[in-house]
Ligand binder design. Structure first.
Ligand SMILES: C[S@@+](CC[C@H](N)C(=O)[O-])C[C@H]1O[C@@H](n2cnc3c(N)ncnc32)[C@H](O)[C@@H]1O
Length: 271
């Protein structure tokens, strides 16, 4: 199972350090959806499943009385606890398919960049069980591709990145099918009537090319590649590094590249 790589302590720190930033755009959509039909009623409990090191858990804290992050990787939860300075945030090791949470107790059940690893039917039933009446489910992800813009080199740089993703896909399991259809497959199995799927949420940020190389190493598919064949995986990284350097020339390391990615989000509300 691809998600087992998150149980590796070293990969856990690489992921935390080098994964691209969370999508504030998506997070704002989630928060407006949750606040939508509440008439100002305070939000008590959010649970972030597949929380990893807490990158999406912490930003929920100002909006809820309590936030609980849950992940089946002890390595991820150890790091999350290490980084947590907030009194209303806590973490637990548990699987998404059997949440240690009471029935009808959660205002928001969130899963960022994680639901494609879950046994989705079981997670969806758990969501319905733990959500309060009018409680919301939000599952969102990142499309595994990106365009790079820089002067007149955008085309060449984007071609290199497309080739990177093509190689990485070879090391994914069926989790990648959920990513490539922008969670339509997950949207379909959620047994709630009030639901919507928002795709192609554009997100832009700047990165240097060494940061892009670090980001590649934080992708779970690269970690699987590394575990299968260290030599080939390292060679692949070196080749990509060289191709970026050849395209960008002298100041390769210092130029800031515009990176465009897209996110998508399933939002659902219990009757
Ligand atoms: C790509 S990381 C995302 C972490 C975090 N949400 C973020 O955006 O940084 C996916 C996380 O899902 C967790 N995970 C995968 N399958 C799981 C499962 N069945 N139950 C609980 N956690 C799971 C992994 O351990 C990992 O921490």
């Amino acid at each position: 199972m691809a998600s087992q790589v998150f149980k590796n302590k070293t990969f856990s720190s690489v992921y935390h350090k080098y994964m691209i930033p969370i999508s504030k755009e998506t997070l704002n959509m989630v928060l407006s959806f949750v606040q939508g039909k509440r008439n100002g009623q305070p939000l008590e409990m959010a649970v972030d499943v597949g929380c990893g090191t807490g990158r999406y858990t912490i930003p929920l804290a100002p909006h809820f009385k309590k936030v609980l992050g849950i992940d089946f990787s002890k390595a991820q939860i150890n790091l999350a606890n290490q980084y947590n300075l907030l009194d209303n945030v806590s973490y637990m090791v548990a699987p998404a398919e059997k949440l240690p949470i009471e029935n009808d107790s959660v205002d928001l059940l969130n899963a960022g960049l994680a639901a494609h690893f879950f046994r989705v039917d079981e997670f969806a039933s758990e969501a319905v069980r733990v959500l309060k009446k009018k409680g919301c489910l939000a599952v969102h992800g990142l499309y595994p591709a990106c365009d790079i813009e820089y002067k007149d080199l955008s085309h060449d740089l984007t071609v290199v990145m497309s080739e990177v993703w093509k190689i990485l896909y070879q090391h994914a399991d069926k989790s990648k099918d959920h990513l490539l259809c922008q969670y339509e497959s997950i949207y379909e199995v959620i047994p709630l009537k009030d639901k919507q799927l928002i795709t192609d949420i554009p997100v832009k940020f700047q990165m240097s090319f060494p940061e892009i190389i670090e980001f590649i190493q934080a992708v779970y598919m690269f970690q699987i590649f590394l575990e299968k064949d260290v030599k080939k995986a390292e060679q692949f990284l070196k080749q990509i590094e060289k191709r970026f350097q050849d395209i960008l020339g002298e100041n390769a390391d210092s130029v800031r590249l515009n990176v465009n990615v897209k996110h998508y989000c399933v939002l659902a509300r219990k009757d």
